[in-house]
Ligand binder design. Structure first.
Ligand SMILES: CC(C)(COP(=O)(O)OP(=O)(O)OC[C@H]1O[C@@H](n2cnc3c(N)ncnc32)[C@H](O)[C@@H]1OP(=O)(O)O)[C@@H](O)C(=O)NCCC(=O)NCCS
Length: 141
């Protein structure tokens, strides 16, 4: 299949547009300041944010990183005006390519309980429910 998106890594000048895309697509939870997540993802070479453009329009994103054990993908978003035309598949393929290039062989992602409908999208591109429970704690002072 021919790719529609031109995919590249985020630059500082993209940050405002990326946050706007995340709000527009509903992928930014109200309790996570997106600026902080972006700065943290860009702190070293283990992670980055991939952006998908068509023409001069930013229409897709995927935050991607590896933690020494698995590859992870977050903030997978396609502009609502461009959804259901294969761009989600393309940005996920770019995320997987980025991880494979760094030696990862498994990729994982989290789906919020309130966003279960998106499971169909991931299943259609080969992902399976890990049937594990994800737990969290806040460890900063
Ligand atoms: C999830 C998302 C990235 C998918 O992007 P997209 O560009 O619409 O997806 P694609 O067009 O590449 O779809 C790929 C396949 O998934 C299917 N699909 C996509 N969204 C679907 C949905 N909500 N329900 C069922 N199937 C879906 C498509 O039909 C397609 O299948 P096909 O190739 O057999 O025709 C996009 O809907 C989005 O940004 N959603 C809001 C943010 C979000 O929830 N992100 C995920 C956080 S975990």
């Amino acid at each position: 299949m021919q790719n529609t998106l031109r995919v590249r890594e985020i630059e500082d000048s993209d940050i405002e547009a990326v946050i706007a895309l995340w709000h527009k697509s509903g992928v930014a939870p109200s309790w996570n300041p997106p600026e902080r997540d972006i700065v943290f993802a860009l702190r070293d070479t283990h992670s980055t944010i991939l952006l998908g453009e068509a023409g001069d329009q930013l229409i897709a994103s995927a935050m991607v990183g590896e933690d020494g054990h698995r590859g992870w993908v977050y903030y997978v978003a396609v502009d609502p005006e461009h959804q259901k035309s294969g761009l989600g598949r393309e940005i996920m393929q770019a995320a997987e390519n980025w991880l494979v290039a760094r030696g990862c062989w498994k990729v994982q992602l989290l789906i919020r309980a309130s966003n279960q409908g998106v499971k169909n999208f991931y299943e259609s591109i080969g992902y399976k429910d890990t049937e594990t429970v994800c737990m969290k704690n806040v460890v900063e002072n």
